[in-house]
Design a protein around this ligand. Structure first.
Ligand code: PBG
Length: 323
């Protein structure tokens, strides 16, 4: 028996545990997703995502102020448009809901870092992330639409564009049109390894973006694959992504770790709606302690290698960390 080595020495008190802790969470790690809607004085809780809301622009401003006070300086915006059509044209209108939200936020709080999710699914009447033709999602026809949306977001003042559609070649296309239109400093955070996941369920209720027919398996990645995630990330890096993302996070910690081991640029992880909702529901039943479980999940995502965590818990987590 060799008891010269006793790992428990480093766990004897709170002080020593704090000194040797390898992973620490802070407000600077988090990006808060926000859902913006037309109208006035709207702050409606999303039923499947408690403590998260549909916000009209006036309420968005108040929410941004609250987040900034907490030290959360980055948000990612999702819009619920006024209308939907086959090609998703409400996504690239100058006075579209996201464009208005970006303008208002950057005007009022120039210091807030505004990321816009870029996808067609909230804007198309069929709910798919691309142009639909005879049951197929047309990759190359979709790229020109994504390009238009990217320019309109950059024109509105977005700091970073986050394409989540999973079409091939979109990062290159978006980089090209941003540069051509004088937006060289606008970054791209690519949803590089975005899996075809049932964990997006609550979000699709929140964003009204569930596909009417079929599913997203012809463009989002198969949950069983990991080499493929590395190929997707490599392509996005080559195409000019500034940040690459793994999504969802919790069932894909191995992918986050591989991303961080293989690519020397910042790795984002999206702690998605289903990961949030299941803890909320269990906590409501008194079966788990929300605060402890949430902080454990967020810590695991960071420990796996994420530099940036997009999470609906951003504000709660900061409050808990400050307690
Ligand atoms: C849009 C998009 C989705 C999410 C982020 N951007 C939904 C989807 O792909 O169906 C999911 C976010 C979440 O579940 O929290 N394409």
């Amino acid at each position: 028996m060799n008891l010269k080595k006793r790992p428990r020495r480093l766990r004897r008190s709170e002080n020593i545990r704090n000194l040797v802790r390898e992973t620490n969470l802070s407000a600077a790690d988090f990006v808060k997703p926000l859902f913006v809607v037309n109208g006035e004085n709207i702050k409606e809780e999303i039923p499947s995502m408690p403590d998260n809301y549909h916000l009209s622009l006036d309420q968005l401003e108040m929410e941004a102020e609250r987040l900034l006070d907490l030290g959360i300086k980055a948000v990612i915006l999702f819009g619920l448009p006024e209308y939907k059509d086959a090609e998703g044209s409400s996504a690239w209108q100058q006075d579209g809901i996201v464009q208005k939200a970006v303008r208002q936020l950057k005007n009022k709080f120039p210091e807030i870092f505004v990321i816009t999710d870029l996808c067609l699914c909230q804007y198309t009447d069929h709910g798919h992330c691309g142009i639909l033709e005879a049951g197929n999602i047309k990759n190359d026809a979709t790229l020109s639409k994504l390009a238009k949306i990217a320019i309109s977001y950059a024109e509105a003042g977005a700091d970073m564009i986050a394409p989540s559609d999973m079409m091939d070649g979109r990062v290159a296309k978006i980089r090209q049109v941003l540069d051509q239109n004088g937006f060289k400093e606008v970054g791209i955070m690519s949803y590089s390894a975005k899996y075809h996941s049932a964990f997006y369920g609550p979000f699709r209720d929140a964003a009204h973006s569930a596909p009417g027919q079929g599913d997203r398996s012809s463009y989002q990645m198969d949950a069983a694959n990991s080499d493929e995630a590395l190929r997707e990330m490599e392509l996005d890096v080559e195409e000019g992504a500034d940040i690459i993302m793994v999504k969802p996070a919790l069932s894909y910690l191995d992918i986050i770790q591989k991303a961080s081991d293989n690519f020397k640029l910042p790795i984002a992880a999206y702690n998605v709606s289903g990961e949030y909702a299941m803890v909320k529901a269990a906590a409501e039943k008194g079966w788990v302690d929300e605060k402890k479980v949430a902080l454990e999940i967020l810590t695991s995502i960071k420990r796996a290698g994420a530099d940036i965590i997009i999470t609906y818990w951003a504000d709660s987590a900061v409050q808990w960390l400050n307690e």
